[in-house]
Ligand binder design. Structure first.
Ligand code: ZN
Length: 131
């Protein structure tokens, strides 16, 4: 079923049947279509969203998002930066006034630091590759 187009234009007949299924709170809709085989829609048992079988509803996506190891590691860094900021300035960034700092200058300063860290990492990798 990987050749089944998703998120594209559907015919009036398909739209009518999906809308009827949504109205009837159907748990499953199978639409036979000559050019693609069939389109299978199912209702998520949790949030009840009617969706293509291979798609994710928002509740499935949020669960995947929250359990994703990369997302988790980024959130850990965000939390430790948040904590560091509160320790250093006595309040979170969101509590700062619009003109309390020169935000544009701070962006440039952070970007310069990013470039310096990147240059250091490149140098480290080059030393690793050419000892
Ligand atoms: Zn759901």
């Amino acid at each position: 079923m990987n050749d089944v187009p998703r998120g594209g234009i559907i015919s009036d007949e398909v739209a009518r049947r999906v809308l009827a299924a949504i109205k009837d709170k159907a748990t499953e809709v199978i639409l036979p279509l000559s050019h693609v085989g069939e389109l299978q829609f199912g209702r998520c048992p949790r949030c009840k969203a009617l969706k293509h079988r291979e798609d994710f509803c928002d509740c499935q996506l949020s669960e995947r998002f929250l359990n994703d190891p990369i997302i988790k590691s980024v959130i850990d860094v965000m939390f430790s930066q948040f904590k560091k900021g509160v320790d250093e300035y006595g309040k979170p960034l969101s509590a700062c006034g619009d003109n309390e700092y020169d935000w544009r200058l701070m962006i440039i300063e952070e970007m310069v630091d990013v470039m310096k860290y990147q240059a250091m990492e490149i140098r480290r990798l080059e030393r690793l590759l050419n000892p």
